[in-house]
Ligand binder design. Structure first.
Ligand code: UDP
Ligand code: MG
Length: 333
C-alpha cells in the first residue's frame, strides 16, 4: 500500500482543539518494523480498553520503520481513537516512548510494546492499584527463563554496576510496560535531558510506585529489535546518565598503584643495600609498563564515554523528529 492510497484521504491532521475531553487512558505503543504485529496489537488494545475505561486514546509511534507499519496501523485503526506519529527515522525505543508521552493527553498513560509480549490482562490489576493511590505501576518479569545464560549474567552484572552509588534503585526486571499517572508523565516530559535511559528516569522521578509481576509471552512475529550492540549502547547511556563512580574510581586505583609502587621501590632499595645488585628486573618493568598503560587507557576511555554524553547533550539536538502526525478516526467520543 502506498502512502497516498484511498485510506489516507480520510486521515486528517491532529486538530488543536483545547476543549476535547481528556481520555481516561492513553496507550503509547512504540513500533519499529512491526507490520505483522501491529494490527492485532491495536485490535487487542481497543478490545481491552473498551472494557476498562470510558474514554481512551491510542498513540502509535512508528519509529522509522522500513516496512508497512505506518500504513498497516492506519488501516487497522480506522475505527479506533488512534493517533499515529511517524518519526523521521529510527531514533530508538526510548525516544519513541518520549514522543508518545509528549503527545499523550490522558489522565493516565500506559506504555506497551507492539509485539504482544506483555499480556494486557494485567491492565485491570494496574488500574486497581491506581485506584488505591499508586501513581506508577510497572510490570516486572517474573522470571528470565526464556533468555540465554550469558544474557542473564550480563543483565545481572549491568544492573549491579548501575546500582552502585545510583541515587535511586533501578529494578533489574522492570519492563517499559507500565501505567503512569499524568503527574508522572509531566515530570518525565519536563526533564531536559535528551539522551534518555527511561528505566532509570522512571525511578528517578519518584512517586508512589508498585511492581506487578507478569509472565512475558513469546514474540508472535518478527524478532527482537535489540541486538548485542543495541543493548550495549543503551547500557552505556544508562551508565553515563545514572552513575558517577566510574569517573571517580580512578582516583582510588591511582592512589593504590602509587602506594604499591612506593612500597615496591622501598623494598628494592633495601634489598639492593643489603644483598647488592642481582637480576636486572626487566620483566617487572615490562609488566608494570603494560599494566599501567592498560589502566590509563581504560580510565581515559571511561572519561571519553562521559564526555561523549556531555557533548551530545550540549549540541542540544532534539531527541526525535516527527515526520507525520495523524489521527485515523473521529475523536469525539
Ligand atoms: N522498538 C522501537 N524502536 C527501536 C526498537 C524497538 O520502537 O529502535 C519497539 C519495538 O517495535 C517493540 C518494542 O520497542 O514494540 C520492544 O522491542 P523488542 O520487542 O524488539 O524488544 P524486547 O521485547 O526484545 O526487549
Ligand atoms: Mg519484545
Amino acid at each position: 500500500m502506498t502512502r497516498k492510497s484511498a485510506n489516507m484521504a480520510r486521515i486528517r491532521p491532529v486538530p488543536s482543539v483545547a476543549s476535547e475531553p481528556v481520555p481516561d487512558l492513553s496507550f503509547i505503543v512504540p513500533a519499529f518494523n512491526e507490520e505483522d504485529n501491529i494490527a492485532e496489537t491495536l485490535r487487542r488494545i481497543e478490545a481491552e480498553a473498551g472494557q476498562l475505561v470510558a474514554r481512551h486514546e491510542i498513540i502509535l509511534i512508528d519509529d522509522g520503520s522500513s516496512d508497512a507499519t505506518f500504513e498497516t496501523a492506519i488501516q487497522a485503526g480506522r475505527a479506533m481513537p488512534l493517533r499515529v506519529i511517524r518519526l523521521s527515522r529510527n531514533f530508538g525505543k526510548e525516544q519513541a516512548i518520549m514522543a508518545g508521552l509528549q503527545a499523550s493527553k490522558g489522565a493516565a498513560v500506559v506504555i506497551l510494546d507492539a509485539d504482544l509480549q506483555e499480556p494486557l490482562c494485567h491492565l485491570k490489576t494496574m488500574l486497581e492499584h491506581r485506584a488505591a493511590g499508586y501513581e506508577m505501576i510497572f510490570a516486572t518479569r517474573a522470571h528470565r527463563a526464556d533468555e540465554g545464560l550469558s544474557k542473564r549474567l550480563f543483565t545481572r552484572l549491568f544492573y549491579w554496576l548501575l546500582n552502585r552509588g545510583a541515587e535511586t534503585e533501578i529494578p533489574p526486571d522492570a519492563r517499559d510496560f507500565r501505567l503512569m499517572d499524568r503527574k508522572v508523565v509531566n515530570a518525565l516530559c519536563a526533564l531536559p535531558e535528551r539522551n534518555r535511559f527511561m528505566k532509570g528516569l522512571y525511578g528517578w522521578v519518584g512517586f508512589r510506585s508498585i511492581a506487578v509481576p507478569i509472565e512475558l509471552e513469546r514474540r508472535q512475529n518478527g524478532t527482537s529489535k535489540f541486538g548485542f550492540r543495541g543493548l550495549m549502547r543503551l547500557g552505556m547511556t544508562g551508565m553515563t546518565s545514572f552513575t558517577n563512580w566510574p569517573l571517580r574510581v580512578w582516583t582510588g586505583i591511582g592512589f593504590a598503584i602509587a602506594a604499591l609502587a612506593i612500597l615496591y621501590g622501598l623494598w628494592i632499595t633495601a634489598r639492593t643495600l643489603i644483598f647488592g645488585v642481582d637480576v636486572p628486573g626487566w620483566s617487572t618493568l615490562t609488566v608494570a609498563i603494560f599494566l599501567l598503560g592498560g589502566v590509563q587507557l581504560i580510565s581515559i576511555g571511561v572519561l571519553g564515554e562521559y564526555l561523549a554524553r556531555i557533548f551530545t547533550e550540549v549540541k542540544g539536538r532534539p531527541g526525535f523528529i516527527i515526520a507525520d502526525d495523524v489521527v485515523s478516526a473521529p475523536r469525539g467520543l
